[in-house]
Design a protein around this ligand. Structure first.
Ligand SMILES: Nc1ncnc2c1ncn2[C@@H]1O[C@H](COP(=O)(O)OP(=O)(O)OP(=O)(O)O)[C@@H](O)[C@H]1O
Ligand SMILES: O[C@H]1[C@H](O)[C@@H](O)[C@H](O)[C@@H](O)[C@H]1O
Length: 378
């Protein structure tokens, strides 16, 4: 694993401009994912019921690798992950960190304890209490590569994406998508995750330069959707109810896909990556949110970072190839986005739903393709 850079965010405005003007190449439509991998310990009734690789970057990489369009000759989807872990990192050989290794720090890997409630989770009530028990170093602007990217995903879990780091992402990337959890999480003396109002953070002034801000329904009140939607497109995810998009002058609700939830961890991360992949395929934002809902539903059906069946991925790819305009002009490559539903939105939903149905039939026929346990019920 490469060693982390020393903190150094003192790039002058002029230097940043030069960086933008110099076309240092990189494959077309390359993405930049910023946020650390972490350890997740899942606890129910005082008992550890799972220990898994976590961190939004792990879930996001998994979905981007599975769903973003790529040229025949590209072995992996073109994106870079900037993540930090300590020497205690337990998942260096798991697919996501092995493919895109994190920076190694002297501090320990960020770790969360997720305490699952005994009561059945409702669609919007928090289904787990999160406590950060260890925190790795923040990601500094100097940790980001010195080149331009088509898109960036700011997906911190423990405050590691500093305001100056987000600002540098905005300078480097043509479009930046942000998970609100990277901006509004705070931690009490015991490490319990709480939220602060986005308006009271240094991130608020950056919102007009962000393309999409995703928040869960629990986070939405802290984001202040009515104010934020005047600055960028806000997506509120609503668990098993799907999601809604709100922008200045419009909004849309996007239907969910059926899932048997066994572990809600990573649903929002997988949603955001599915959404980004949809934009890369050339879908409008409201249509891309269908792909977000699809991968959010797939994430809750397995414990930890999910494994996708190759047949499912092939079916999704065929649907997207059939339904999307040619990827030479994807929305994410342009300066403006189409936000509204297209006239093939319902067809796309039906086709993806059919894939869910076929996969669950196949899973019932072959329980070896099972989900590896259930964290949500006793
Ligand atoms: N039980 C479910 N059934 C179907 N789809 C789901 C379910 N839970 C989540 N999803 C999908 O995943 C998306 C994100 O879920 P959710 O709103 O729970 O995000 P989150 O709270 O940010 O998740 P997390 O913090 O656990 O990553 C939803 O918008 C929905 O599309
Ligand atoms: O692995 C998970 C995941 O990335 C979640 O999105 C985040 O809410 C948790 O903090 C993290 O432990």
């Amino acid at each position: 694993m490469p060693l982390a850079a020393e903190p150094d965010d003192a790039l002058e405005e002029g230097e940043n401009q030069q960086l933008l003007l110099a076309t240092k190449g990189g494959p077309a439509l390359e993405g930049l994912v910023v946020g650390s991998y972490c350890h997740d310990v899942l606890i129910r009734g005082g008992r550890v019921v799972g220990e898994t690789l976590g961190g939004a970057a792990a879930f996001v990489s998994n979905v981007l690798d599975a769903a973003s369009p790529r040229e025949e000759e590209q072995e992996a989807a073109p994106f870079v992950v900037v993540s930090k872990v300590g020497r205690d990192f337990a998942y260096a050989s798991a697919p996501a960190p092995a493919r895109r290794p994190p920076l190694l720090c002297a501090s320990p890997t960020t770790s969360f304890h997720a305490q699952f409630s005994e009561a059945a989770a409702s669609a919007h009530a928090p289904d787990r209490e999160l406590r950060r028990v260890r925190a790795c170093d923040p990601i500094y602007p100097a940790d980001l590569p010195d080149r331009r990217f088509a898109y960036g995903l700011a997906v911190g879990v423990a405050g590691e994406v500093l305001p100056e780091t987000l600002e540098r992402m905005i300078r480097l990337c043509r479009a930046v998508l942000v998970d609100a959890q990277a901006l509004i999480r705070a931690f009490d003396g015991d490490g319990a995750v709480c939220h602060v109002s986005l308006e009271d953070t240094p991130y608020a002034r950056l919102l007009p330069r962000v393309a999409f801000l995703k928040a869960s329904s629990e986070e939405a009140p802290y984001v202040g959707v009515e104010t934020a939607r005047r600055r960028c497109c806000v997506i509120v995810t609503e668990g098993r109810d799907g999601c809604r998009l709100c922008w200045d002058g419009g909004e849309a609700r996007v239907a969910p896909f059926p899932a048997v939830q066994v572990d809600p961890t990573g649903a929002g991360d997988s949603f955001l990556a599915g959404f980004a992949a949809g934009l890369l395929w050339g879908l409008s934002a409201t249509d891309a949110a269908l792909l977000g809902n699809f991968f959010g539903a797939a994430a809750v059906s397995q414990v930890g970072v999910p494994t996708f069946h190759p047949k499912m991925l092939q079916a999704v790819k065929e649907i997207l190839e059939d339904k999307t305009t040619k990827r030479s002009s994807p929305c994410i490559n342009g300066t403006t986005f189409t936000l509204e539903k297209s006239n093939m939105h319902d067809e796309l939903h039906t086709a993806l739903q059919e894939t869910v149905r076929l996969m669950s039939e196949q899973q019932q026929a072959d329980p070896a393709n099972g989900n590896g346990g259930d964290i949500c019920s006793t």
